[in-house]
Design a protein around this ligand. Structure first.
Ligand code: GLN
Length: 307
């Protein structure tokens, strides 16, 4: 088994798994997402030296969707502290889909900040009026990736907002339970963060950042924070792939976060960041070809944290 991660190795893995595109389904519950090009596929790694190695449709932009939840968690913890963020939220995993009400009705508390309910609450904790919270999340992503061109897709945002009644329902239930203060702008920030567009290389840089104590791929950072990177990676590990997280930990074995736009970001703790992209999803809302590319990648380089 080789230890050198190069473009050729990534291309081989990509080609081997390209056919999974046909077996997945594009997210169509957000109508604008249904327009995504189903055949786009890409794979990128930010290696231990911070070099970006990538293959496939590496310039293709897609929306982050739930991957934005890890950035929102970082910003919220920085602003109000971990104990305040988790005062009314669990560190639990879940056997339910990402948009499940879970135990909002009973204990009133979201399970974790990776499922929609907890993520909507997390974003509501970020200080400011109107779209301030969204801007902070966007600026953090631009900082981590050193990519100032990153912005949100307005058509996807409008589509999320128009059809996001389940998210709206959870927002108002949590507001009713006194867990969220503020008006619907707070929910709007969540819809906007989901609509942030980036490339697979940007994802690899985000993976690198959380894998390496919140230090950027080029080695500098004003946010270095070991505890924060441990928190984020542990949440990714137990809930980042929703109800598939346990099986994913068993098979891939890396803290990872998926989004229904077809992206998955993965961290090899203390080492590298990985980004994969392919829109067709499995029944849990995780990129199918993306999962299989990660599986082969981890096997080839012995990268599971449980190795
Ligand atoms: N915007 C999507 C939603 O709120 C994000 C879900 C996801 O990526 N799993 O339903």
């Amino acid at each position: 088994q080789t230890s050198i991660i190069d473009k050729q190795a990534l291309s081989e893995i990509l080609e081997k798994n390209r056919s999974y595109i046909k077996q997945g389904t594009i997210a169509d519950y957000i109508p604008e997402l249904a327009k995504m090009e189903s055949t786009a596929i890409a794979f990128a790694v930010a290696d231990s030296k911070g070099n970006i190695i990538s293959t496939g449709d590496t310039t293709k932009k897609f929306t982050m969707q739930s991957i934005s939840k890890i950035i929102a968690l970082m910003v919220a913890v920085q602003e109000i502290g971990e104990s305040s963020v988790f005062k009314n939220m669990g560190y639990f995993g879940s056997d339910r889909p990402f948009n499940h009400f879970a135990n909002l009705e009973t204990t009133g508390k979201p399970l974790n900040p990776m499922m929609n309910a907890g993520a909507i609450m997390t974003t509501s904790f970020i200080k400011g009026e109107g779209e301030d919270a969204f801007i902070k999340i966007l600026e953090m992503i631009r900082y981590i990736t050193k990519n100032k061109t990153i912005d949100y897709n307005k058509a996807v945002y409008n589509s999320e907002k128009e059809t996001g009644n389940k998210n709206r329902g959870m927002f108002y239930l949590m507001k009713n339970n006194g867990l969220i203060n503020g008006d619907e702008n707070k929910l709007d920030n969540y819809f906007k963060q989901c609509s942030i567009e980036l490339t697979v290389e940007d994802l690899a840089k985000i993976g690198f950042f959380f894998a390496n104590q919140c230090v950027r791929f080029d080695g500098d950072s004003i946010y270095r924070n070991v505890e924060l990177s441990k928190l984020i990676q542990s949440q990714m590990l137990i809930a980042g792939m929703y109800e598939f997280s346990g099986e994913y930990a068993r098979t891939v074995g890396l803290p990872s976060k998926s989004g229904v736009g077809g992206g998955i970001v993965a961290c090899v703790p203390g080492r590298i960041g990985v980004g994969v992209f392919s829109p067709p999803l499995d029944t849990h809302g995780n990129s199918l070809a993306g999962y299989h590319m990660l599986l082969d990648f981890v096997k080839k380089y012995n990268l599971s944290v449980f190795q």
